[in-house]
Structures are given as structure tokens and as C-alpha cells.
Design a binder for this molecule. Structure first.
Ligand code: 5RP
Length: 222
């Protein structure tokens, strides 16, 4: 079991019969979906909400019951990866472009468990470019407002084409290098017209499960 698999396996052990579970997006969340699928195969009953079209597809592939977020009440547990995690459990997410649905699902959950390998733990957020989902209309203007906050915004391109999110928006990857005050920056970004959501997750995570290459895990809770 590698580091990502170990963290995902531990997180899935928190899921109990009858729970409503949020399923994250990315290569670490992938393993959580696989392990949950195995438990469903063994008889566990859960209802899941997916944070992306890709996650929905993967979950259905392993026979997990996936429902729209609006069909369920509060979620018991949400399990998702992260691009960076600081010592206060603040996060940068959205490397996989699913940050908007990921945040909506995380804040709709009683417990948000982040799964990561050790490479994601950082002293300060910001080395990983902060993904910001923006409305396509006037995005160059939105980018200028973001740049005024001290970053270099770069329009995300995939295979030579502008990357489009599951919500039909664009992503600006904002190179800050260091984010000194994540809470303040989050407020400033969300106040810009054209911004839908940023990948800053401030005080959202309940705990982080960190996997190591030898398969060991450690849990960091608030
Ligand atoms: C997707 C995300 C992912 O959770 C994040 O990019 C981490 O991905 P991975 O587990 O593949 O390293 O936020 O939008």
C-alpha cells in the first residue's frame, strides 16, 4: 500500500452503515472510492455524493449509490484530497479543477477528512498555485483584479484548450508563492466580481490523515 492508498484506507474505515458520504476528486480520493466500493461489495449500505463528474463515474463503476447533493440532507463524512495542507489544517485544493463542488460538499458535511501523502504538508500555503474558478465572461478583467492581490494568474489550459470545469467555468491558477493570511485572502478573492470560488479551504477540514510510503498513517485533528 503506498502513502495515498494508506491514507484513503484509514479514512474509509470511519464510514459506517447508513452514512451519507461525500466523495472527493483526484488520485488520492480515487483510492477512497475503490476501498468504499470494496466495502459496499461486502454489504455496507451508504449513499454517496460526488464532487465531480469523474468521481461520479468512478463511484458508479464500483456500485456505490450516488445521489445529487440536493437529494440528501447533511452529509456524515466527506473524504477528499488536497494540494497543500498547513499546520492550521487550512488547505489549497482544486489541482484537479473540482474545487467548487468540493467546497460545497465539504461545508455540507459534519466531518471533512482530508487524505494526503506527506508531500502535501507545508509551513505556508501558496507554493502550489491557488486555483480560482471564474466565470468565462470578462475573465481577463477578473484576472487583473486577482493580480492586484499580489499573484500571477494563469488561465488553466489542458491539452492545448482552455480547461472548462464541470460547472462550465474557467480556472485561473494564481501564483502567490506565499499566502501569509489565508482567511483574509479568501475574503478578498471572494469579493471580486467574476470569481465563483477559490481553492482556499480555511477552517473547513476536521482532520487530516497523512499516509507515508511505508503504509503508516498519522492523523492530525483540529
Ligand atoms: C481536485 C483536488 C484534489 O483533491 C487535489 O488536487 C489533490 O489531488 P491528488 O490527490 O491527485 O494529489 O482538489 O480538485
Amino acid at each position: 500500500m503506498n502513502a495515498k492508498q494508506a491514507a484513503a484506507f484509514k479514512a474509509v474505515s470511519y464510514i459506517k452503515d447508513g452514512m451519507i458520504v461525500g466523495l472527493g476528486t483526484g488520485s488520492t480520493a480515487y483510492w477512497a472510492i475503490q476501498y468504499l466500493g470494496e466495502r459496499v461489495q461486502q454489504g455496507l449500505k451508504v449513499t454517496a455524493v460526488a464532487t465531480s463528474d469523474e468521481t461520479e463515474r468512478l463511484a458508479r463503476e464500483v456500485n456505490i449509490d450516488v445521489q445529487p447533493l440536493d437529494k440528501v440532507d447533511i452529509l456524515d463524512i466527506d473524504i477528499d484530497g488536497a494540494d497543500e495542507v498547513d499546520k492550521n489544517l487550512n488547505l489549497i485544493k482544486g489541482g484537479g479543477g473540482a474545487l467548487l463542488r468540493e467546497k460545497i460538499v465539504a461545508v455540507a458535511s459534519k466531518m471533512f477528512i482530508v487524505i494526503a501523502d506527506e508531500s502535501k504538508l507545508v509551513e505556508n500555503l501558496g507554493k502550489f498555485p491557488l486555483p480560482v474558478e471564474v466565470i468565462p465572461f470578462g475573465y481577463t478583467h477578473t484576472a487583473k483584479k486577482l493580480a492586484a492581490l499580489g499573484c500571477k494568474p494563469v488561465l488553466r489550459v489542458k491539452e492545448g484548450k482552455t480547461s472548462i470545469t464541470d460547472n462550465s467555468n474557467y480556472i485561473l491558477d494564481c501564483h502567490f508563492n506565499v499566502i501569509a493570511d489565508p482567511a483574509a485572502l479568501q475574503q478578498q478573492i471572494n469579493a471580486i466580481a467574476g470569481v465563483v470560488e477559490s481553492g482556499l479551504f480555511v477552517k473547513v477540514a476536521s482532520k487530516v490523515i497523512v499516509g507515508s510510503a511505508d503504509g503508516a498513517v498519522k492523523e492530525i485533528a483540529k
